[in-house]
Each structure stands twice: as structure tokens, then as C-alpha cells.
Write a protein of this length. Structure first.
Length: 359
């Protein structure tokens, strides 16, 4: 404002100086003109002063707004910093969740495999049950009711009553093909295939050269077990109590594969499973073809102390029970009541087995 006033005075002085230098005919007119110019300049100064005051007020207002914006900016920067920390936490949480999802996906894949395996096992069980016969619960007179004359028949006495729960039994003896599949799938150590081929030359023939240990390993793999001696005899009789063989008291080569040949028996070694008629429970080759391992320890006097229900055999022993006779044995060794025993590790050309399972 002081600067503008000084400017107006300077303008007036310069004007007077100009007029004095160049002259003027009428001093009164000059003074009036200068006064008018001064008034006009004063009015302009006043307007400029008012305008400047408004500008200064606006400037102060803008400074206040600037300070407010600085505060807001500072607050926003703090929020941004906080959000940056939250973002880091979110990223860390995301990465953790990704790992958990990966683990869950792995578990889901495992569950899917288990479900598929369960379905496969159910299918196998169904297929196996189709190849197994239901042996109904019941009772029978176990042992040699004929009082056969051979000394080796004495352990088959006394005849005693046995009661058994129902169970399933393989319709056929375990075949070469089935045992080979077991070895291939499980990695079980077995190396007598060349010997097997001499006596059972195809997948449909009964497996031979198997020990009790081999048979038990297969049964466990298949989800089954070996039959007890009582279950085996009960099933072999096929509902015919007191008979020598699964079909009656007499035997010919039309009934089973045993020493010699003739009739339906055209094999000098093992016959394919199911080559003869089944017994009353639908079981094939319960006499002849191959000896069959049972789960029991052998006890020559066990019949004199056997329990009534579901006997399991002696609690210990040196050998395991075998039943049924084989392709190279005489008819007397094919009797349903006949008993035989061998050590658990014994593998011979006429040793085979079949399995059972509970309901």
C-alpha cells in the first residue's frame, strides 16, 4: 500500500515537472487536472489495496487448507504404511493358505486313492465271493466213523461232535495263476516256478510246491485265511455225515484225480481245478489232486480233548495239518477223515491249499 502511494506521488511530481518544463497556459487547469488524476489514482490504490487484502486473506485461507492437507497427507501416509503392513500379512496368510491347500489337495488325492482302492477291494471281494461257497453253520461227527484198519487212521479217532459257525470256502484250490498274481503284486519271494510247471503246467492248475508259510502269506494278501482242520472236514463232507469220501463210501477215477488213471481221470499228475463233480456244498477236488494245508498245529491225540465249538487245534506243535490226499496217493489217503501233517516250511510237488473267510 505504501509502495502504491509513493508511486502515485512520483507520477504527480513527474507530471508537474513535465508541465513546468514544457509550459502550460493555465495553472488552475493544471492543478485541477492533477487533482483529478490524483483522485483517480487514489481510488485505484484503494481498489488495489482492497484486492490485495482479499488476496492475502485467500492466501491465509490457502495456508490453513495447506496445513490441513499436510495433516491429511500425514494421516494417509500412516494409513498407507499400516495398509502396507496389512498387505504383507495378507500375502503371508495367502502363502500359508496356498501351502495348506497344497497339503489338502495331497490328502484329497490320497483319499481318492483309498476310495478307489476300497472300491477295487469291494469288487475283488465280490468276485472272490462268487468263487467261494457259503458253508452253512452246523454240526457234524468229526473223525473216522468206519474204524478203518490202518494205523495212520488212529489219530482220526475218537469220533467227536463239532459245531461250527458259517464261513465261505474257495470253490477251487488256489491256482498257479492266482499264486503268480500274488507274487507279482506283493513282491513275495518265491523261486520254484520251474518245478511247479512240471506238475501243474498252466494257470488253471492247482498251485504246488507251496509250504504252510507260503499258503498263509497268500491267504493274508487275499484277505482270507487257511481253514481250520474242523472246517476243512466239515466242508469236504458236503453235508454227508459218516461217509468215506465227499460223495459216498466208494471211489473210482470218475470221482477224483489220484494214483493211476482211468475214467475221467486222464492225468498222471495234477488235473486242472474243477475237472470232477463238486460235492454237496459246491466244492471241487476236496479229495485228491493236491494235499491242502490247514491252519492247525497237528496233535495226534487232539480229538480226545477237542472243544465242541469252532476248534482251532492245539496251541503249539511241530507240524501243521494237511488234508485231502493228492494225485499220487492211493484212495485210502483221500478219505474225508484222513489226517496228515508236515513241517511249516515243507514244499513238495503235491502240496497245495485253498482259503476260507468269515461272514
Amino acid at each position: 500500500m505504501i509502495t502504491i502511494t509513493r508511486l502515485s506521488l512520483m507520477v504527480i511530481i513527474i507530471s508537474i515537472f513535465v508541465l513546468v518544463i514544457f509550459g502550460c497556459s493555465d495553472n488552475t487547469e493544471l492543478i485541477d487536472k492533477l487533482t483529478t488524476d490524483n483522485d483517480r489514482l487514489q481510488a485505484d490504490v484503494t481498489q488495489l489495496t482492497i484486492g490485495l487484502a482479499g488476496v492475502q486473506a485467500n492466501l491465509r485461507k490457502l495456508e490453513v487448507e495447506r496445513d490441513g492437507l499436510k495433516e491429511e497427507l500425514s494421516s494417509l501416509q500412516e494409513e498407507l504404511s499400516s495398509l502396507q503392513g496389512d498387505q504383507d500379512d495378507v500375502i503371508e496368510e495367502r502363502d500359508r493358505l496356498k501351502k495348506e491347500i497344497g497339503v489338502l489337495n495331497g490328502k484329497i488325492a490320497e483319499v481318492k486313492k483309498l476310495i478307489a482302492r476300497e472300491k477295487d477291494l469291494e469288487k475283488q471281494k465280490s468276485e472272490l465271493e462268487e468263487k467261494m461257497a457259503l458253508i452253512p453253520a452246523g454240526s457234524f461227527e468229526m473223525g473216522d466213523s468206519k474204524n478203518e484198519p490202518e494205523d495212520w487212521m488212529k489219530p482220526a479217532r475218537p469220533v467227536h461232535r463239532v459245531e461250527l459257525d458259517a464261513f465261505y470256502m474257495d470253490v477251487h484250490e488256489v491256482t498257479v495263476g492266482q499264486f503268480r498274481e500274488f507274487v507279482n503284486q506283493s513282491g513275495y519271494s518265491y523261486n520254484r516256478w520251474n518245478d511247479v510247471a512240471v506238475y501243474s503246467p498252466g494257470d488253471g492248475y492247482p498251485m504246488v510246491y507251496v509250504s504252510w508259510n507260503d499258503a498263509t502269506a497268500y491267504a493274508k494278501w487275499a484277505g482270507k485265511r487257511l481253514p481250520t482242520e474242523a472246517e476243512w472236514e466239515y466242508a469236504a463232507r458236503g453235508g454227508l455225515n459218516g461217509k468215506r469220501y465227499p460223495w459216498g463210501d466208494d471211489i473210482t477215477h470218475d470221482d477224483a484225480n489220484y494214483a493211476g488213471a482211468g475214467g475221467k481221470d486222464k492225468w498222471d499228475r495234477c488235473a486242472p481245478v474243477g475237472s470232477f463233480e463238486p460235492n454237496g456244498y459246491g466244492l471241487y477236488d476236496m479229495a485228491g489232486n493236491v494235499w491242502e494245508w490247514c491252519s492247525d498245529w497237528y496233535g495226534s491225540d487232539y480229538y480226545s480233548k477237542s472243544p465242541l465249538r469252532n476248534p482251532q487245534g492245539p496251541s503249539s506243535g511241530n507240524t501243521r495239518v494237511m488234508r485231502g490226499g493228492s494225485w499220487n496217493r492211493t484212495p485210502s489217503l483221500l478219505r474225508a477223515a484222513g489226517r496228515c501233517d508236515r513241517s511249516c516250511g515243507c514244499q513238495l510237488r503235491e502240496y497245495g491249499f485253498r482259503c476260507v473267510s468269515g461272514l
